[in-house]
Design a protein around this ligand. Structure first.
Ligand code: NCD
Ligand code: ZN
Length: 352
């Protein structure tokens, strides 16, 4: 691999910027600085805040809070709940997708009731994706509903071989289905979970080596469409507390890890660009950011938490040797990162 490489600005379809309500973990400023330092010029924020993004007011509050404080471009996903269905048409022009939590995770948006799920899938506009947190067998239900109501389905953080089989079969049957995988599932397994304790705790949990091998194969051959960070920061105190929350940060480690895979011959640079830019752009209908790019350098170093921009200040990849560092980020013609310092804020709210 060449020493210096230019890439399009990366796009992350799945981040938790935590504002409002959990700014001890992250906020719009620190989260989008972490994005830029990681080579991401555009991120899509999830709705599972303490006051969830399930009403036009909550969405507007996020937009108002983000304005003038974001370093990368930010778009939002709306949250599904029995209370939010009534607003689907009203807010659909302001968001990139609807997030449906079909398993327990951080936040209070779990939906298990079949009747409500049917109402959600049937009411959501068909031109925008339904993103599902659906682990293992739950994914079967999501695929069934998307097929029944003609939805565009996006499967978040695929972590198991059996989920890949379900996605492949759904693709063969002509369903409009896309999916993402995270770097924690690609680079860590349940063996690492023992060592990491609460810092390796997330949903879906770290899986087996066999599952991880299947994820890599699916990433390489094209069954998986995107890499998402699922950047889900929590404070050290929360992670070390009685009941540690699920989730790990990822915005600043994803590109270094993927470049390491390219350097090791596990992934081509072309595929990296499809997974982190071309496909998210196409699937979420994201417009080109003009004069926007990232320069990376393939030098070896060890990941450490000291120079991270994320407010949480830790990474589950601490101590890992990687080859690939972000040297420069340019957003709409302006240098926003020089390898050390962030400049701005020059981020825009998308559809807001
Ligand atoms: C996420 C969070 O903390 O918001 N946690 C996680 O373990 N992935 C929620 C989610 O995406 O499931
Ligand atoms: Zn999730």
């Amino acid at each position: 691999m060449q020493n210096k490489i230019k890439l399009p600005g990366l796009i992350d379809p799945h981040v938790h910027l935590r504002e409002p309500g959990a700014t001890q973990k992250e906020d719009f400023e620190t989260g989008t600085k972490a994005a830029i330092a990681g080579g991401y010029t555009l991120v899509l924020d999830m709705p599972n805040n303490p006051i969830p993004t399930i009403s036009p007011q909550a969405l507007q509050e996020k937009i108002d809070l983000a304005r003038g404080r974001i370093y990368a471009d930010v778009g939002f996903h709306f949250g599904a709940s029995s209370k939010s269905i009534q607003y689907f048409n009203e807010i659909s022009g302001k968001v990139f997708g609807l997030k449906v939590y079909m398993n327990q995770t951080t936040g209070d948006l779990l939906m298990e009731d079949d009747q409500t799920l049917e109402a959600v899938f049937s009411t959501w506009p068909k031109n925008l994706p339904v993103l599902v947190h659906a682990e293992g067998d739950t994914l079967q239900k999501a695929i069934f509903l998307a097929k029944k109501f003609g939805n565009q389905l996006h499967v978040c953080h695929v972590s198991l071989r059996k989920e890949i089989e379900l996605i492949k079969a759904a693709k063969r049957n002509g369903l409009q289905i896309s999916s993402e995988v995270t770097c924690h599932h690609l680079f860590l397994t349940n063996e690492d979970a023992k060592r990491l304790g609460a810092y390796g705790l997330m949903k879906p949990p770290l899986s087996s080596k066999e599952d991880q091998d299947a994820l890599w194969q699916a990433v390489v051959e094209g069954t998986i469409d995107m890499i998402a960070s699922d950047h889900a920061p929590h404070t050290r105190a929360e992670k070390e507390g009685e009941k540690p929350p699920y989730g790990v940060p990822g915005l600043e480690t994803t590109l270094p890890l993927l470049l390491t895979a390219v350097n090791d011959g596990r992934l081509t640079l072309e595929r990296l660009i499809e997974l982190t830019s071309t496909n998210p752009k196409r699937i979420f209908g994201i417009l080109q950011q003009p004069e926007t790019f990232v320069e990376v350098e393939t030098i070896p170093y060890t990941l450490n938490p000291n120079n991270l921009f994320t407010k949480c200040g830790w990474t589950p990849f601490v101590g890992m040797k990687v080859t690939g560092r972000v040297k420069k980020v340019v957003l709409r013609g302006k240098m926003v990162y020089d390898g050390q310092n962030i400049f701005g804020p020059y981020g825009q709210i998308l559809k807001g």
